[in-house]
Unconditional design. Structure first.
Length: 405
C-alpha cells in the first residue's frame, strides 16, 4: 500500500468544509477549471475566425494566382494558355486544383442606379468552385453545353444598392472598342462579409468574357491554384516560379491580401499573451494553495517525521493532494469549455456584426490536437506548481513543527 497516497486521501476526505484550507482548495480547483475552459474557448474561436476568413479569401483567389506579366496593373490582363498549363500544374503533387478565370470591368445599369463592377468569369472544369460556399440566396450559375451562360451571381451589398433580387434581369455595359452591352439574369446572391470582394466582383461564366474579347476556348485570363496544404504556400510558389514560363507571374494570396493575414497574425500574438497570463495565474493559485496546506498541517508533518517518515514520503503526500486538485479542475474545465463550444457551434448563441467581423456569428473550430496540447500544458504547469512548495517540507524540524500552533 502506498502510504503517502493513503494519507493524502484521508486528508482530502477529512477536511472541514468550513476551514480556510477547504476554501483555498476550492479556489485552486476553480482557477484551474476556468483557466483551462477559457483557453479551450479562446483557441476554438481563434481557429474558427482564421478558418472562416481564410476560406472566404480562398474562395475568391485560391492559394496562388498565375497570370501574364502586365505593367499597367489592370483587371483586364492579357490571356494565357489554359489547358496545357493546367496539365503541367497537376504534375506537381502539392497542387490540388487549378481553375481558369478571366476578369473584365463593366458598368451595371438599372432603372434607378449605376454601379461600376468587375465581372469575374469562372469555370468548374477542374471541380466545384469554392464560391458555392458563399451563396446566401438563389442558386449557383449553370453552365450549358451549347453556349455561354447568361446567369450571374452578385453580392448582397450590390443587390441592396441596385435593388436587385434573384430572377431580375440587368444590363452590363463593357467599355471596349466598340462598346458592348450584355443582358444577364441574377440567379444567385453571395455574401462574404469582406468589402474587398462584395463591393467589386460579379461572378459569371468565363465563356462570356471569351466572347467579349474574341478569345478561343484555349485562352484564359489566369489560373487560381488550390494547394493540398496551405502551409506549403511559400515553398510551392518558389518551385512553380522556377518551372513555369518566364512571362508568367505567381501571386500568393498572402501578398494580395496582406492586411487581412497580418490582422490574423496579430490575433495569434494577442491570444498567446492572454493564455500565458491565464496559466501564470492558475499556477500561482496552486502554489499558494499547497503552501497554505503545508502550513496548516505543520503539526502533522512534525509527528510524521518524529515517527520516521522521510521528506520524500511527506512530499509525495502533498504531491498526490495537488494532483487530485489538478485532475478535478481539468475535468470541470473541459466540461465547461467544450460545453460552451458545442452550444455556440450548434445553436449560434453569440451573433456578430458582419460589417465589422466578416461573419454573422462567433465561429468555432474543433481541433483535437490543440485540445490535447492545452490539457498537457495545464497538467504539466500545475504539477510543477505543486512540486515547488513541497520542498519547504525538508526545512521543517520535528520538534519545532510539533510545537507549532
Amino acid at each position: 500500500m502506498n502510504v503517502a497516497r493513503y494519507i493524502s486521501n484521508k486528508i482530502d476526505g477529512g477536511a472541514d468544509s468550513g476551514s480556510f484550507t477547504a476554501s483555498v482548495t476550492k479556489i485552486a480547483i476553480i482557477s484551474i477549471a476556468l483557466g483551462l475552459a477559457v483557453m479551450i474557448v479562446s483557441f476554438a474561436i481563434l481557429q474558427g475566425f482564421r478558418n472562416e476568413i481564410q476560406a472566404k479569401i480562398f474562395s475568391f483567389g485560391a492559394h496562388l494566382q498565375i497570370s501574364r506579366y502586365d505593367t499597367n496593373n489592370s483587371m483586364d490582363v492579357a490571356p494565357i494558355g489554359g489547358p496545357d498549363l493546367v496539365q503541367r500544374l497537376h504534375a506537381f503533387g502539392q497542387v490540388k486544383a487549378a481553375q481558369p478565370f478571366a476578369r473584365m470591368t463593366a458598368v451595371i445599369k438599372t432603372r434607378d442606379e449605376v454601379l461600376g463592377v468587375v465581372l469575374k468569369g469562372i469555370s468548374e472544369e477542374d471541380g466545384p468552385s469554392p464560391m458555392r460556399q458563399n451563396l446566401v440566396a438563389g442558386r449557383f450559375i449553370a453552365y450549358p453545353d451549347s453556349a455561354a451562360s447568361d446567369e450571374i451571381m452578385i453580392s448582397r451589398k450590390m443587390a441592396d444598392k441596385l435593388r436587385l433580387q434573384v430572377g431580375d434581369n440587368t444590363l452590363f455595359y463593357f467599355i471596349q472598342n466598340p462598346p458592348r452591352v450584355r443582358k444577364f439574369t441574377v440567379k444567385g446572391i453571395y455574401a462574404t462579409g469582406l468589402d474587398e470582394f462584395d463591393e467589386v466582383f460579379v461572378i459569371g461564366d468565363i465563356r462570356q468574357i471569351r466572347d467579349l474579347r474574341a478569345w478561343p476556348d484555349s485562352l484564359v485570363g489566369g489560373l487560381e491554384v488550390e494547394l493540398r496544404n496551405f502551409s506549403t504556400l511559400d515553398r510551392t510558389a518558389d518551385l512553380l516560379y522556377e518551372k513555369l514560363p518566364y512571362d508568367l507571374k505567381i501571386d500568393k494570396i498572402t501578398d494580395q491580401y496582406a492586411q487581412l493575414f497580418d490582422w490574423l497574425q496579430l490575433l495569434n500574438r494577442n491570444v498567446i499573451i492572454f493564455l500565458v497570463l491565464i496559466i501564470f495565474v492558475a499556477t500561482f493559485n496552486m502554489i499558494a494553495t499547497i503552501f497554505i496546506m503545508i502550513l496548516e498541517r505543520t503539526n502533522m508533518i512534525g509527528v510524521l517525521k518524529a515517527i520516521g517518515a522521510t521528506d520524500n514520503q511527506i512530499r509525495s503526500m502533498f504531491f498526490f493532494r495537488g494532483l487530485n486538485l489538478t485532475v478535478q479542475g481539468m475535468v470541470i474545465g473541459n466540461v465547461i469549455g467544450l460545453g460552451f463550444c458545442a452550444l455556440q457551434y450548434y445553436f449560434h448563441l453569440i451573433p456578430l456584426d458582419p460589417e465589422n467581423y466578416y461573419m454573422d456569428r462567433v465561429p468555432i473550430h474543433w481541433n483535437p490536437l490543440m485540445l490535447v496540447l492545452l490539457n498537457v500544458a495545464t497538467f504539466s504547469t500545475s504539477l510543477l506548481a505543486v512540486l515547488i512548495p513541497t520542498y519547504l517540507i525538508a526545512r521543517i524540524r520535528p520538534v519545532t513543527a510539533i510545537k507549532f500552533d
